[in-house]
Structures are given as structure tokens and as C-alpha cells.
Design a binder for this molecule. Sequence first.
Ligand SMILES: *Cc1c(COP(=O)(O)O)cnc(C)c1O
Length: 465
Amino acid sequence: MRYISTRGQAPALTFEEAMMTGLARDGGLYVPETVPTFSAEDIAAMAGKSYEDIAFTVMKPFIGDTFTDEEFKGLIDKAYADFGHDARAPLVQLAPNHFLLELFHGPTLAFKDFAMQIIGQMMQAALARSGKRITIVGATSGDTGSAAIEAFRGLDNVDVFIMYPHGRVSEVQRRQMTTAAESNVHALAVEGDFDDCQGKLKEMFNDFEFRDEVHLAGVNSINWGRVLAQVVYYFSSAVSLGAPQRKVSFTVPTGNFGDIFAGFIAKQMGLPVERLVIATNQNDILHRCMQSSDYTKHGVTPSISPSMDIEVSSNFERALFWAHDHDGAAVAGLMDELKTKGTFRISENAMTALRDHYDSGAVDEATTYATIASALEHSGELLCPHSAVGVHVGTEHQGENPEVPMITLATAHPAKFPAAVEKASDVYPPLPPRMADLYDRTERVTQVPNDLAALQAIIRERRAR
Ligand SMILES: *Cc1c(COP(=O)(O)O)cnc(C)c1O
């Protein structure tokens, strides 16, 4: 299996190289050259299997011979051992034919743990084999950073630097990033918003001298390994509702488009998915784009679902690559326009290709609060604000197509966003007992200006050699 860049100008890589590299050298994102497919019998055989078994089956064709089967099974088992639920990704029912996929039982209470834990295991195994040392730099709107720190803290051969927007993450998110005691963990509070952090990360990757000097590696959702790990729960949940005999739809609270793109890959692999519904908060650039063909930046407004406060939705580039029949030059052209003009327009053909798979909806703040309250009243489920955005949009779409089961992804635990949840529902969501001491731990963080040279200086100085 070879991996190619969405912009068509970078060398093709193996799975291990693509995972270690993150962003391609032409600025693009790595994708598999061809997507392996499963027959209906292959999918039916997943029924009743453990999450770990399904993870092995789904991911194996993509990793090739990076690890032996036995080694890979060991890494998967380790990755999910610390989850607080034996099913790993349990489904609960919200309403007739509407289900919630709880992806928040990992160590940092958000779906990012599903990918980060297995990436951590795979990177560590690959580095142990090669004897190399890497510097992981990540940009986060809150949840990626904590999941990365949890996955990489104390590992040999890795320094991890996480940039988050100063003052724009929840207290639980911040504490999960700033309270790791291990010396290989470095939390950086950047004076800017998430798009600034992500922009600085891309600049670091495009500074080849710096990139090679510090052996830069990325774990943002641009990393193919993360998308791949997320494909698994589309299979596990659909199969438990009767796939491949029965079609299902998914609604996904979306920011950087990584999670919903994993659903698209599942569909390409043969999972019978009717619709993939993009749910955004008031930062609705993806919804506006689906309606108007125009991807135009308006500026980000902070919301109660901060992990979706994003305007440069990185993985949308992967969707555009498929919508343009793998034409890297066309994608590179659009990305260039976004960079220079803050906008691009998608051709009619490409829009038709996108609409073949994706629907969309946007939810304002008042509706998000109201959805938290009504879900609690009608199903007893306490939602985080991101999941509430999904449930509102999922309910609307399910109403239009009631015979197809709708699975809405619950992307974080309500205790990660207690202020908004309490305001909406009058219920204060407690942290699970295993992290009840979070508010007592000592914080360690460096505030940094939104400046490439300043950030690079800190990374050069602090990383171990
Ligand atoms: C990251 C995140 C999202 C958005 O996921 P993308 O893959 O970036 O679209 C939604 N909800 C929560 C809680 C998140 O942490």
C-alpha cells in the first residue's frame, strides 16, 4: 500500500513513512493510493467481534507489513486497555432509529483518544526499531492536545510540544494539557486562535531546515494514521445495527473534517452508508460551502463547542481530492486561493461528487443549549455541546429519512465542558473517578506570542537530544 499527496507533487510513501511524516512536502495530505474493499461477507463476519478484533481487520490492509500480525494485535490491545468501557465505543439509543455512538470513554474523554492511543503505540514501536528520536508538534483546539499528551507522556525517543489558543480552551482541556509531570511534555499557550496555531504548525512543516533539524513529526488530524484509526468505529457501530444487510447514516460534529472523512473511507471500503451528515456550530464554513459551493473565511467566533471553532478545515482537502478524481493540481490550486484570497469556489462537478455522500447542517448557540436540555429530558443522556450540535442536526436528517438508522457521534464527555452543560441542563457533570484529582494537579505551561521564530526557538531549546 502506497500513500500519495493530495497535491500530487510529493513522493509516494509507505504507511510507516506517511505516519511519521504528517504533512507532505508539497503542503498536501497523504492518502492511500487505492482504498482496499471488503465484501458483504467480510463485513458480516465482524458481527459480535470485539472492538480490538474489528480494529485489526479494518486497519490491517492499510498498514501492510509495517508490523507483524501478532505485533499489531499487541499494539491495538495496549492502545484501548485504559478505556473506561469494555465496548470501547458503545451505542446507546436516543429516539426511534436514532443512536448515539459514545466515543468519550478514553483517557482524556474525547474521541481523539481512539486515534492518538494507537498512533502512540505504533510510533513508539517504529522508533524503538529504528533507534530514531522525533519531536512531535501539535496544534489543538483542546482535545487533540490532551489526547496526544496522554498518549506520548513519558515515552522514550519522543518530545511532544502542544500549541493551544491561550484562553480559548475549557479548564478541563487546559488542565489535561498542563498537568503532565513528564519532562518530555511541553504545553505552549499561543496568543491567537486555533487557526493561528494550525497555521504555525504548517509553517514549521514547510520550513524544511527546521523540520529536518528537530525531526519534526505531526499527530494532527492531517496524519493519515489518525484518520485510519477512526474508520474502525464506523464499522463496529454499523455492524451492531445490522450492516451490511441494513444501511445506516452518520451525523458527525465536524471541525477539521478528520472524523467524518474516516466515515467516507469506511464507505469507500464497502460499508453501506446512506448519508454522512456534517454538523457544524456557528462557525459554519463547511455548511455554507455545501450550500453555496463557496468556501469563504468570515473569521472564527468562539463558541461553547470550542473543538469545532475552525475555519481552515484541513481534512476537507482530502474530500476535495476525491471530489476532483484525485487531481492533485486542481486541489493545489484551490488551496493556493484559500491562502492568498481567503476563499475558493468549488466546480459544479466536484460539488455533485461531494453531495453524493455528504449533507450538512449548522447549529447556533441557543439551539445547542436547548438540545442538551431536551436530550436529557427525552432520553436521560447528558450531552457535551459538540455532541449536542450533532444530535440536533442528526435529528433533523433522521426525520427526513426515518427508515434509515441514524448514528450520531458523541465526540466528548459532558464533564469536559461542565460550565456549558450545567447552564443548559442545571446538572453539573462530574469527572469520572479516575480523573477526579485533575483540579489539584500542578500546572506547567509557557505563554508564547503567535510568532513562528519564537515558537521554533522554544522547541529547539527544550527538546532533548
Ligand atoms: C476534534 C473534535 C471535533 C471535531 O473533529 P474533526 O475531526 O476535527 O472534525 C468535534 N468534537 C470534539 C469534542 C472534538 O474534540
